[in-house]
Ligand binder design. Structure first.
Ligand code: ATP
Ligand code: MG
Length: 274
């Protein structure tokens, strides 16, 4: 049976009551779905993930999570808060926000310790996850002295350590080398095959093509511009171009200038350059 994990009903949110970031979003997310949220810069992707993680609350409308309204009030309730935090993990776009402990090992342990998981189990998780993300050699280092890609791997590890059912990922592959991207996509595909729900904000259409079942395109008016299954959205070149997800690329062959859509996905999507 399908289980609704999140339901957003006419959600509006403005920062400081002045800067609109979300202007009437409706969305239903079922258990096990793999969703990509795409859109130009500033269209509200990160804001959406903060609302789903209970870090921000709507000015108008509702966010329901696991059948209960996500609000300041419901998250004060110890039982709901503990259950919500053990089920949902967010990897921030900026790893510096996420990593604040003196060592990588402590950062990865922080979430599970907060949830009362015992230390032997946490040690096992650290061994397993640091192997998966190839960060064993970083465990005793300060997170602040790592490269951007290393920080991102540690941030992902700190969320995987909670073993959440729902993963919220904000640009998880930005700044990573191709082999590490491959590795992260494999980890996420495995999480998907175990039935986890994954919601990824990204500009990386390769990972959308590979991972997502459903795509939401957020528009400049901070509303849903389009949504549908990944293959339909990714094959709509005009839609992608209008939303800054691909661009027209000019190059010169001797004296002739060619224009074509620059997507890096021409082969996969069958888009033929004129
Ligand atoms: N802390 C803030 N204070 C004021 N306005 C903000 C703040 N954070 C975001 N905004 C505004 O909210 C809107 C949505 O921002 P958000 O960060 O959610 O976009 P995004 O789609 O994640 O962008 P990007 O692709 O650049 O990560 C933007 O117009 C932005 O200027
Ligand atoms: Mg963002």
């Amino acid at each position: 049976m399908n289980e609704i994990i999140f339901e957003l009903k006419d959600v509006h949110y403005s920062y400081l009551n002045r800067y609109p970031a979300m202007c009437g979003i409706d969305m239903t997310i079922q258990r096990g779905e793999n969703i990509a949220v795409v859109g130009a810069n500033g269209t509200g992707k990160s804001t959406l993930l903060y609302l789903l993680d209970g870090l921000l609350f709507p000015d108008k409308g509702k966010v329901m999570a696991f059948g209960q309204e996500l609000s300041e009030q419901s998250l004060i309730e110890e039982q709901f808060s503990h259950s919500f935090r053990s089920k949902v993990g967010l990897v921030f776009q900026n790893a510096d926000i996420q990593l604040f402990c003196p060592s990588v090992r402590e950062d990865i342990s922080f979430g599970p310790l907060q949830l009362g998981i015992d230390e032997d189990e946490i040690k096992k998780r650290i061994t397993n996850i640091s192997g998966l993300l190839d960060i064993q050699q970083l465990l005793d280092r300060s997170p602040h002295q790592l490269s951007i890609g290393e920080k991102r791997r540690v941030a992902i590890a700190s969320v995987l350590a909670i073993e959440p059912d729902v993963l919220l990922l904000d640009e998880p592959t930005a700044g990573l080398d191709p082999l590490t991207v491959r590795h992260i996509v494999d980890i996420l595909l495995e999480a998907k095959s175990r039935g986890n729900t994954i919601i990824t904000a990204t500009h990386d259409l390769h990972i959308v093509a590979e991972m997502a079942d459903i795509v939401y395109v957020l528009g400049r008016d901070k509303k849903i511009f389009a949504s549908g299954n990944a293959s339909d959205i990714l094959s709509d070149e005009e839609l992608l171009r209008n939303n800054n997800l691909i661009h027209i690329h000019s190059h010169k062959h001797i004296n002739v200038i060619h224009n074509h859509s620059h997507l890096h996905l021409e082969h996969e999507l069958g888009i033929v350059s004129p």
